[in-house]
Design a binder for this molecule. Structure first.
Ligand code: DGY
Length: 327
């Protein structure tokens, strides 16, 4: 009988991570050999049976049903993501399963995309290219396709962590006047890196010209961006979400955008994902929607897959992972 530990990988992850697993000489792994379609739930429930470790991505819900299907051999779960709202941490903890994830390595890529999305939304780039391509470009016009600029603006960050800081660092050279943030607690050390001032949630809504969501999805942040928050925002402000779609009440966002309560929204994340093409948000010119690509650079995705593979192998060896969740 083979002494290799059994691993299931729920997606064809980028090559660097697969190579680490292959060359480890410690595991035999099977993988869902597609990046285009997630593994069907029924198949996943079968595949995990008896495995020692599981490497997943954010499309797999890791809950009691799945952990029961895996059985008692499962000791390590490694997710190739910084977000972990797809994991039931309580169930994992209860079963003594160690959990690895991939923070830090995607911060640059996510911050870069957030800035790109913010500019695309505030300067109406998607509308503009559409107009240019489809004959809407008449003469040069004085107020046509005008947007809102970062210079002299107030940028609000909801949830000040690594990513919020990295976004602010990239926005500062655009001559932003002021950074403000809100969070469950004040974070003076982090805030001092970008000269950000702590404000209440209400003040964040009221004062921000650009409001960037940088928090995790938790029961506390679920749909925290709702009618109440949007109603306090300026009608010139731009809302940006590259965290999780679940922090937004999308009906309320639609209402705020279509009524002119706020000027625009840039979303990299939605509920559900993919967002059906018939969704009302897609009908709005002032809403830019990306298909959850914030960390999608070749470099970052390969580093994420390597980190996920290394976390998994370290976990199986009973050693501290490089990035492990404290359950
Ligand atoms: C994550 O890792 O949680 C991002 O949403 C995708 O990279």
């Amino acid at each position: 009988m083979s002494s290799l530990q059994r691993v299931y990988v729920t997606r064809q992850i980028p090559p660097d991570g697969l190579k680490i697993l292959q060359e480890s000489g410690r595991v035999q792994f099977e993988l869902w050999d597609s990046d285009d379609v997630p593994i069907p739930r029924a198949e996943l429930l079968q595949k995990v049976n008896g495995v020692d470790a599981l490497l997943c991505v954010l499309t797999e819900k890791i809950d009691a049903e799945l952990l029961d299907a895996a059985g008692p051999n499962l000791k390590v779960l490694s997710t190739m993501s910084v977000g972990f709202d797809h994991l039931n941490l309580e169930e994992l903890k209860k079963r003594g399963i160690r959990v690895g994830y991939t923070p830090d390595v995607l911060t640059d890529s996510v911050a870069e995309l957030t800035v790109a999305l913010l500019l695309a939304t505030s300067r109406r780039l998607i509308e503009a290219t559409h107009e240019a391509k489809t004959g809407g470009w008449g003469t040069w016009r004085t107020l046509w396709l005008c947007g809102h600029e970062l210079a002299n603006s107030t940028v609000g960050i909801f949830g000040l962590g690594r990513i919020g800081i990295a976004i602010a660092e990239r926005l500062a050279p655009f001559k932003v006047k002021r950074f403000i943030y809100t969070d469950v607690v004040q974070r003076p050390e982090l805030a001092s890196q970008i000269n950000a001032e702590f404000v209440s949630m209400d003040e964040l809504a009221k004062q921000s010209d650009f409001l960037a969501m940088c928090c995790a999805l938790t029961p506390e942040t679920k749909e925290i961006c709702n009618k109440d928050l949007f109603s306090k925002m300026k009608n010139t402000s731009i809302f940006i979400n590259t965290s999780r779609g679940g922090v937004v009440n999308q009906e309320d966002l639609y209402e705020a955008l279509s009524s002119g309560q706020i000027a625009g929204a840039g979303l990299d994340v939605t509920v559900p994902e993919p967002l059906p093409t018939s969704h009302p948000l897609f009908t709005l010119k002032n809403c830019v929607i990306l298909p959850h690509i914030a960390s999608a650079s070749y470099t970052t995705r390969n580093v994420m897959s390597s980190l996920a593979a290394n976390n998994l192998l370290l976990g199986l060896r009973g050693e501290p992972m490089i990035k492990e969740l404290n359950l």
